[in-house]
Design a protein around this ligand. Sequence first.
Ligand SMILES: Cc1ncc(COP(=O)(O)O)c(C=O)c1O
Length: 345
Amino acid sequence: MASPPVPASTYHLSRDESEALDTYGRGSNPTWRQLESALAALEGAASALTFGSGMAAITAVLRVLVKPGTKLVVPADGYYQVRRYATETLAPLGVEVVAATAAEMCSAAADADVVLAETPVNPTLDVVDLHRLALTCRSRGATLVVDNTTPTPLGQQPLSFGADLVVASATKTLAGHGDLVAGYVAGSHSDLMALVERERLLSGAVLGPFEAWLALRSLGSVGLRFERQCHNALAVAVMLRAHPAVRAVRYPGLADDPSHELACRQMKRFGGLVAVELADAAAVHDLVARSALLVAATSFGGIHSSVDRRARWGDPVSDGFARLALGIEDTDDLVADIDEALQAR
Ligand SMILES: Cc1ncc(COP(=O)(O)O)c(C=O)c1O
């Protein structure tokens, strides 16, 4: 049975003034707790904390972990706004920020204090070796944080490979309908999670109770949605790989993808994103214009398929590079639609 959302900013206080579970809406909310226990179970964590966005979750964790002099490694080829926060906000405070690609992560971690990794990296879909990275971090005493947005916990559980914390945007596949923004942190070190919770209270980037309720409702169908997205992604990747209009395709689920072997070791499913390289920017725009099913949109993980030309956001990719986010449409329809839209050129 669905529980109703609890849209409270303030709660009744008891006469004896002992600490109540809920006192004020920036500190806690019963609907958050329901969502948090579901997210913790999915990530294999002792606990989870929801935030108002993925970026709110990630930046809260970074503020807890770094101080002047900290050497922080962030993905050079991952979600660009994380890199931006590190260089624009943390570096001027004296944090040494090092940007490393998926292939460079383990060597960059060798003398780091905090490592924020993302795998598969968004948008190029290279895979980072989580087990090796966790061993490197552990031998050095560095804290390893993994952004699990792209694969979702249904595709990969970084804590089981030795990560200290998982951060993620629930805006994408977990919520899955393109109608809310949310994030979370999951982990099993209670002291660290308590610091993150304190940071959430003090910085205040909390999730609205209604968004928490919608996200919780979405978790009921995420298994089915994600399974179809992964299935569609593989089918589209196979078609694209053989298409004359396509210069290159990356999908960790393709048997000949450079990351496939590693992905098989650490991923349970390969996700709903496909990276494709077309001739130029016009080819990407034409694909969208000629397709009946693809729309141009950023973000991913929703029920409708979309295309995002990533050079538009400044990602270090070519003009014709597009990230396809596959939805839950009928697989044959989707493959035929994209194939024809590319043929027409
Ligand atoms: C890998 C990754 N991490 C974090 C974020 C930030 O999430 P949000 O938009 O919910 O703040 C995104 C958003 O696209 C992302 O792709």
